[in-house]
Structures are given as C-alpha cells and as structure tokens.
Design a protein. Structure first.
Lengths: 96, 247
C-alpha cells in the first residue's frame, strides 16, 4: 500500500449566490484595496488515502469529494495531488 | 391508542424535547430515536428536529445524512412513510436528496432568530391539511443556513408540481421575495417549505413546535403537527400501508 496526499477544493458553482464572498469583497475598501472582484469563498480539505496505486487512490478521493465533501447542487470541486506518495510499508511519515 | 411518531436525536439536536412535548399536545405518542440505531421501532411517522447535528460541520445536515438512522429513514420514506424535517431536519433531508433543493447561508450572513409569517401554499398535503388556506402562520425561525436554493428549472418544476407548501409572507400576506425583511434568509421565490414528488416527505425552516401553544406567543404551528399526527394515524389504520405501528 502507498499513501497519497490530496487536497479537495470545494467552491460555490458559478451563478450561485455566495454571501461570504460578497462580504469579503465588501470589506476590501476598508483595507484601501481596489481592483479586486469576483471573490468566491469555498473550502479546502486535505487528506491521505492508502491504496495499491494512484488510480485507486484517486477513485476513492473522487467519490468522497462527490458524495460528502461537496453538494453537487450548489458546489463544484477539484482534486489536487499534494506532496509525494509515500509507502506505508516502509514506515515513512504519512504526511508526505 | 395514540399514534407513535419518532423524533430522531442526533448529537447536536436541540429541538427534540420541544418536538416531543408538542407531539404530546397534538395527541401522539413520541418515540425518541437515537442516531446510531438502525430501527425506526415501527413508528407511523418520523420527525427530524432542529439543532446542529454533528455541529453542522462541513455543511449543515451532511454528516447526519450518513448516520445509521438516516438509512432507515430513507428506506421508510422510499416505502411511502411520512417524514417531516424541521430547520436542521430540513437541511438533513435536503442533503440526503429526500426533498429537493439546498439550504444556503442566509443572504444577510446573519443568524436569523425571530418570528416570521408563512402561508401554506397547499392545504391538501399530509403536513398541511388541518390548516386554513393562505392564512399567515406566525412562528419562529432560528437558523444561519436557511436560504432555499434550486436552479430556475427546478424551481419552475416545484411550482408546477405543487411541491412548494410554505412561503414567507409579509404583513399583507404577500409573498416575501429575497431582500424583503419578511423573508428572513433570502430564500428564492420566498420558499419556506417543500415536499417531495410523492408528497410523503416534507421540510420547512420555521419551527412549528416552538409555536405550539398560546403561552409561547403563537399556537399556529399546531396545525402542521396536527396534520402530521392525523396523517400518521390514517397510515396506521391502513393495514396494507408501510407504516403499521406494532406495539
């Protein structure tokens, strides 16, 4: 088994009202910042998957992202590999 | 013999006891169901009460969706059993796909804890048949994520198929669109409550159990609970129905 580390980035779908993003955008004037727009607030989930190969690990994280971490009605997600793979058998740190 | 109605308790539920009390007032026998159990104990209907199940972590309602009791609730609902979600319970049902739509963060970004008025769009459903048509009902809301959302095509379908059962209304009884103070969360088309296509699963953000007796300032919520209790009694009396209570 090998450990694979991923980040799942979940964001509001285009067109979905994002009041948090709007609030952040509204605060920019207080910082004296201009020229920033289209702020969208989402969530990032990092996790480690133990699997026999990268394709299997990716399938697990895709299912997790689709069924739990995002609500497909309102949110989109992408999966990003972070760090390197590490072998669980060798006793290497899981946090690759 | 009073009809037995289940009240599911998740870690973080906080309206379960109010719901139990209100069901007793409505003449039912409440049965408390713990989230880790897989049996509904032959109840004739189930209420998912308000609260913050599993701390509302990730998204309100989503972690509760995967609990053992929700597998049983989904099976029960699939066989036509009556299920009502109130506030957080509505969020759980929406996350589980048992009712349409999603509940987004309130457009104001503020927790809304106050009395609102809603009107029943239909008074011929399992959850509303004891109500008067379009008479505004006063009851509290208490939520941070209650903005009903679905895409335009879905909203059109819900309206066409009679799946919108409650809307927020202003003092004149007019639907309160997003931006109107009478709409506490910015819900699209003023939608406060919906049912599934079969009509046996419903959810609403306002709290009927907190408006179940005059001493609470309003007993307008009782009509909703009475409708449910009465519908559950009829389901129990039907020997071929899926929700036969066995004692």
């Amino acid at each position: 088994m090998t450990s694979y580390r991923y980040a799942v980035n979940v964001t509001p779908k285009p067109g979905i009202l994002d009041p948090q993003g709007r609030a952040v955008e509204g605060s920019l004037g207080h910082l004296g910042i201009s020229g920033v727009s289209a702020v969208r607030v989402g969530r990032r989930v990092e996790l480690t998957v133990d699997a026999v190969d990268e394709a299997s690990a990716r399938a697990v994280v895709d299912r997790l992202a689709r069924e739990l971490l995002s609500n497909p009605l309102i949110e989109a997600y992408d999966v990003e590999a972070i760090g390197g793979a590490s072998s669980a058998m060798s006793g290497a740190a899981r946090e690759a | 013999m009073p009809v037995r109605i289940g009240v599911v308790v998740f870690p973080g539920s906080n309206c379960d006891r109010d719901t139990v009390h209100a069901l007793q007032l409505a003449g039912a026998e409440p049965v408390v169901l713990w989230h880790e159990q897989a049996s509904l104990e032959s109840v004739a209907a189930v209420i998912l009460p308000g609260g913050f199940a599993y701390g509302d972590y990730l998204r309100a309602g989503v972690i509760a969706r995967f609990s053992p009791i929700m597998r049983a609730v989904a099976g029960f609902a699939g066989e036509g059993g009556l299920v009502l979600g109130i506030c957080n319970g509505f969020q759980v049902l929406a996350e589980a796909g048992l009712v349409p739509g999603a509940l987004l963060r309130n457009q104001s970004l503020r927790f809304a804890g106050r009395e609102v008025a809603i009107a029943a769009e239909r008074v011929d459903t399992a959850f509303t048949h004891a109500l008067d048509a379009r008479r505004p009902l006063r009851m509290p809301v208490a939520h941070g994520e209650g903005c009903f959302y679905a895409d335009d095509a879905t909203l059109d379908g819900l309206e066409r198929d009679g799946q919108v059962i409650f809307r927020y209304v202003d003092s004149t009884g007019t639907n309160a669109q997003p931006g109107d103070p009478a709409n506490p969360n910015g819900s699209l088309r003023a939608i406060a409550g919906v049912i599934n296509t079969a009509g046996n699963v419903g959810g609403l953000m306002p709290h009927p159990e907190r408006a179940a007796e005059a001493i609470l300032g309003s007993d307008d919520g009782m009509g909703i609970l009475r409708s449910l209790v009465d519908s559950a009694s009829r389901a129990t009396a039907d020997p071929v129905g899926p929700a036969v209570a066995v004692r």
